[in-house]
Design a protein around this ligand. Structure first.
Ligand SMILES: [Zn+2]
Length: 286
């Protein structure tokens, strides 16, 4: 059987990714962990999983748990430019409604939602960037990806499409799990397998088809044409919004986060040590 040729890294385009194992690959250069292809046999069918989560109410529970993150993301960001924002992978629209309440004209696009609208906001069905209705075509002052860039086939192309839909000076905000930290926690969980602490730590780790490190996010944003790229720690969503059943998961996340923050401080800020990352970048003004 002919071995599958190694793909290039989908975040930094470097060759030389290593199997981790099939269908997963890891980029030694930027640390991205990714499935190739995105819909490899045996991989989770995320389109179907999210449609189910939206229908069951689980999606709304997760989004409501993220309300504090949404508030923090917009706390120091008064509407600017055209005051139009686009939330890609908007789910049930909690962030879109929140942004509308703060004065943004907010559009949310998602492949698995029923179109709806309200004061200052609109949710439209579509798959960014290729299959979207005119409402989601921009230009926008702000484009957001809250835990949705983890499911796209080609992150650089998707970010370039977001860049193209931003006004000059426009801002993109991205939140994703931090693959570098989840790998570390998963190793500790594996070492503690069979214990309650190991089960709790395992419940706190995730692996998505596109699992970013700080460097992978920076590389993808830069290759997509963005300027002023910054990646910082993002606080964890409180509690157990995904219903893992690990009763102490909220406390475990707080403890893990505290240890990581301390390590980040000891590194004098050189390392972004957190279970989740937030990236911000701008489209140049000219
Ligand atoms: Zn890479």
């Amino acid at each position: 059987m002919t071995p599958t040729p190694a793909p290039r890294c989908v975040a930094c385009t470097a060759p030389g990714v290593v199997p981790a194992p099939a269908p997963w690959w890891r980029c030694p250069r930027c640390g991205l962990l990714f499935a190739d292809p995105l819909d490899a046999p045996g991989a989770v069918d995320y389109a179907r999983a999210y449609a189910r989560a939206y229908a069951s109410g689980e999606g709304l529970r997760v989004e409501r748990a993220r309300a504090r993150l949404f508030a923090q993301a917009l706390a120091t960001l008064a509407p600017f430019g055209s005051r139009r924002c686009l939330d890609v992978g908007c789910g049930m629209g909690v962030f879109v409604r929140f942004a509308a309440a703060l004065g943004w004209t907010a559009i949310g696009v998602d492949h698995a939602i029923a179109p709806t609208d309200g004061p200052g906001f609109q949710l439209v069905e579509g798959r960014f960037p290729d299959r979207i209705p005119a409402e989601a075509d921009g230009p926008f002052a702000l484009v957001t990806f809250f835990n949705s860039l983890t499911y796209v086939d080609d992150p650089i192309a998707v970010l370039a499409a977001a860049h193209a839909r931003l006004e000059p000076g426009g801002l993109v905000i991205i939140r994703v799990p931090n693959a570098a930290m989840h790998r570390r926690v998963a190793r500790v969980a594996a070492a503690l397998r069979g214990t309650r602490a190991g089960a709790w730590l395992a419940a706190a780790t995730v692996r998505h088809p596109r699992s970013y490190t700080p460097r992978a996010l920076r590389e993808a944003l830069t290759l997509a044409g963005f300027d002023d790229v910054r990646v910082v720690a993002s606080p964890p969503v409180p509690g157990d919004p995904y219903g893992t059943g690990a009763t102490a998961l909220g406390l475990v996340k707080i403890a893990v986060e505290a240890v990581m923050r301390a390590a980040g401080v000891l590194s004098a800020g050189r390392l972004v040590w957190s279970l989740s990352l937030e990236a911000r970048a701008r489209r140049a003004r000219c």
